[in-house]
Design a protein around this ligand. Sequence first.
Ligand code: C2E
Ligand code: MG
Ligand code: MG
Ligand code: MG
Length: 281
Amino acid sequence: KSKKAGRNTIRFFDPSLESAMKQQATLEEDLRIALQDKQFILHYQGQFTSESKLTGAEVLVRWKHPEQGMMSPALFIPFAEESGLILPIGNWVLETACNQLAAWGKLPNMRKLVLAVNVSALQFRQPDFIETVLAIIERSGANPHRLKLELTESMLVENVDDIIQKMLTLKAHGLGFSLDDFGTGYSSLSFLKRLPLDQLKIDQSFIRDVHSDPNGAAIAKTIVSLGKSLGLNVIAEGVETSEQREFLANAGCFAYQGYLFSRPLAIQDFEELAMGALIEG
Ligand code: C2E
Ligand code: MG
Ligand code: MG
Ligand code: MG
């Protein structure tokens, strides 16, 4: 075994692997600097009712990289999860979102808006997750009823009772929960039934082909009715065309997010959009 391992370590000196490791080390260093230098910003993508009333927004982090420009979270979140840096990044996102909610609490047109914040499995799994979230809310003065956390199915392979307990505690403080990217992960239906969710988010991969792929269409329809039967609010993400919207409306979907309604926007642009929009509630 040791001989084999010894031979394998030779790969360490493979120049392409070495440069890949260097890149990882650089990325980690860059992310640490990004935290310190406040290079992250949040974009806000509106969420709408079937009558196009604005209900709130999903908060999406971006990295204003000094050399590489605006960087998508799809590129750095997986690495931030691996390195553990998602913990301070996630706290920063939550804190910034809560400060925003607190500021909006004083504006008549913004007061009712709900912000949805993505939470990584690693964050949710922290033993002090609840305390951390509650402390951030308290410090900011945000109304916890205006905060929704988006979980993914990937975190649900853990101890389910533990997850449910954490969700119930936060729900008792007013927070809501949405299951993001629904249909792409592992969750079984019995499991779904047990989770104290408020919302199911149909993954955009099912929305994309509702008009070209009969199976995709069937799945999208089924998720809408499944969610409704479980008493959940169902939101479709990645809605880009009015055909998709119409299909979803016919399937009974009440909530929408996607480029057809709005792109993710910088805060000033989102506030401008909200000022001109009809607000639900
Ligand atoms: P997600 O939570 O599923 O977010 C939806 C993604 O779909 C966003 O990508 C959004 O910009 C994109 N999108 C929205 N509408 C449309 C549309 O109509 N068409 C298409 N093609 N795309 C649309 P984004 O901003 O690149 O974020 C990617 C993923 O990164 C997110 O997927 C989420 O999993 C993760 N992420 C973003 N911000 C955070 C964060 O603060 N914390 C954590 N843990 N993850 C985050
Ligand atoms: Mg999300
Ligand atoms: Mg999603
Ligand atoms: Mg996603």
